[in-house]
Design a protein around this ligand. Structure first.
Ligand code: FBP
Length: 553
């Protein structure tokens, strides 16, 4: 049951009055200007063949117009898909204000608990009264979110029934790479059957891995990283006060290490592991552990038996040997699902060990029980191992502890080692959006309304140039097919949006790599403090270090 009236904190009350900034081009009548025709980032023939109706469309830039065109009332549906990210409510508020500006009788319907709500015909109308309760708030609770994968024609047809009933002619899907891939498949299907429903995507995910040359960041990344950096900074200060613990901090980000990297740039910890580097350097788990133990030892030699280590949650899947193990496990579990589930829990580990190829079997047998178990549990609906449930921070610290104990026997290590563990993920996903995310999200939603008015489908709303003041931001639409390539998923080649991993030649990683040796030995912690919503612009409106470095500002 979704409540429309809530008791508000003092911050919520004050924050409700915040008017998010918009790009200047969106503040009056808007026209959609077509740019160059596009092609997919790779596998052009294959992607074109799968998306004959939505492939190759031009990039759209929204510009100020001198004539206000009359638009009939629009009926629009909206879906929040996947993991929560700060700013989702502002995307919806921007969309609402945008369609109301086009025609005051426009209506917005939100589907409940993600894509599943469309298929199950569960929705609520989002009126001005409802929207006003949620402006500038964190969370996705206005309609809830879910991970149901929207990919089958039966689901699309079922969804179309309710869209027709509500006279909805456009659907906005707010999601990550998988959800936007599905939005594109849906756009193609509705266009092919002439359903009269446009589909527009919006780039969401705290993980920061839905970005490319056209989409400069996914919303939520800014706020989530600021929340984590605040607490990492607090831990660092505690650590530097007591001087007796090594803190192992796992950070969300299912695959890419953007969050860990951004938090490292904001807090300057002693160690930060970047999964993409581990993979590129073909490091084994033992080598990662040795790297950390070496820093612990070096600091101990200087009398510092304390420190902080950041670990991205996706690390396990990037260690090449683990990657091979997970690939075989995925394949094995799909093929032997029924048989595996029949086996008693206590015997499943031995069963898997007996079935895997030699190297993978040895590695699986060497893993702590909890990690091995997690690797055999159900995948999420998109086929992902649920890495947020794997206690990598404990696994690594345990292994570091063992290595140091051995080094102690060998008289290599003479310090002390006591560990504390933390996992920051869910804490940051529903925080009240920073000014950056509040403005960016509102602009994305407003942009989506303009793309709908311009009759576009299969596009992702884009707002670029966001390190500049908001008036100068450039809003538009990017054909989703442009971001696609073919990848192996569930044993089949499928068209998907290419995930953006940390670029080891990119400016953010280079800035980190240039400083990490100094951070390892010196105690150079930075304490960013909590997100500020009111105060000087250089504190309140600052984008992430990642974005600043990427844009050279
Ligand atoms: P999205 O990619 O859907 O935005 O979700 C990202 C994420 O927050 C990951 O960082 C994390 O591994 C995962 O969701 C956790 O999923 P769940 O909320 O289902 O536990």
């Amino acid at each position: 049951m979704i409540r429309t009236e809530m008791t508000k904190s003092a911050l919520q009350t004050a924050r409700a009055a915040y008017q998010p900034k918009l790009p200047a081009a969106l503040t009056g009548a808007v026209k959609a200007v077509e740019g160059a025709y596009t092609q997919s980032v790779a596998d052009q023939q294959e992607i074109r063949a799968r998306f004959p109706h939505t492939y190759g469309t031009p990039v759209i830039t929204l510009e100020k117009s001198n004539e206000k065109k009359s638009t009939p009332p629009l009926h629009v549906g909206v879906i929040l898909s996947g993991g929560q990210a700060p700013g989702g409510h502002n995307v919806i508020a921007g969309l609402f204000d945008g369609i109301k500006a086009l025609h005051p009788d426009s209506r917005l319907y939100g589907f409940i608990l993600g894509p599943g709500g469309l298929v199950a015909h569960q929705y609520r109308e989002l009126t001005a009264e409802v929207i006003d309760e949620y402006r500038n708030t964190g969370g996705f609770d206005i309609i809830g979110s879910g991970r149901t994968k929207l990919e089958k024609p039966e689901q699309f047809d079922k969804g179309l029934e309710i869209l027709k009933q509500l006279h909805v002619t456009a659907l906005v899907i707010i999601g990550g790479d998988d959800s936007n891939t599905n939005a594109c498949v849906l756009a193609e299907y509705y266009k092919q059957i002439n359903a009269g429903v446009q589909v527009i995507g919006c780039p969401k995910t705290i993980d920061g891995d839905l970005k490319n040359e056209q989409i400069e960041t996914s919303f939520g990344f800014d706020t989530a990283c600021k929340v984590y950096s605040e607490v990492i900074g607090n831990i660092e200060r505690d650590c530097n006060s007591a001087r007796k613990y090594w803190h192992f901090i796992k950070l969300m980000g299912r695959s890419a290490s953007h969050i860990a990297l951004e938090c490292a740039l904001q807090t300057q910890p002693n160690v930060c592991i970047i999964s993409e580097e581990v993979e590129a350097r073909n490091l084994s788990l033992d080598e990662v552990v040795t790297q950390i133990a070496t820093v612990v030892n070096q600091r101990a030699l200087g009398g510092d038996n304390f420190g902080t280590v950041l670990i991205p949650e996706g690390l396990i899947e990037f260690i090449p040997a683990m990657k091979r193990l997970i690939a075989e496990l995925n394949d094995f579990l799909v093929k032997h699902d029924a048989e595996f589930k029949m086996i008693r829990k206590s015997e499943q580990r031995a069963y898997v060990i007996s079935k895997l190829t030699k190297d993978n079997s040895d590695l699986f047998a060497s893993l702590p029980e909890s990690v091995a178990r997690q690797l055999t549990l159900d995948r999420d609906p998109h086929g992902n191992v649920q890495v947020s449930l794997i206690e990598t921070e404990k696994l690594i610290s345990e292994m570091v502890g063992k290595k140091l104990a051995k080094w102690k026997e060998e008289k290599i290590f003479q310090g002390k080692f006591a560990a504390q563990h933390h996992f920051f993920g869910y804490e940051g996903r529903c925080a009240a959006p920073s000014n950056y995310d509040a403005d960016y999200c509102y602009s994305l939603g407003y942009t989506a309304s303009c793309l709908i008015a311009a009759g576009k489908t299969g596009y992702m709303a884009s707002v670029a140039h966001t390190t500049a003041p908001a008036e100068q931001w450039i809003a538009g639409g990017i054909p989703i097919t442009m971001m696609m390539n073919m990848e192996l998923r569930d044993g089949e080649m499928k068209p998907v949006i290419q995930k953006a991993l940390v670029d080891l030649n990119g400016a953010p990683f280079k800035a980190f790599a240039a400083q990490r040796d100094a951070w390892a030995l010196e105690t150079s912690y930075l304490y960013p403090g909590p997100i500020q919503y009111f105060g000087p612009s250089q504190v309140c409106d600052m984008p992430t270090r990642t974005l600043q470095l990427e844009q050279g500002v």
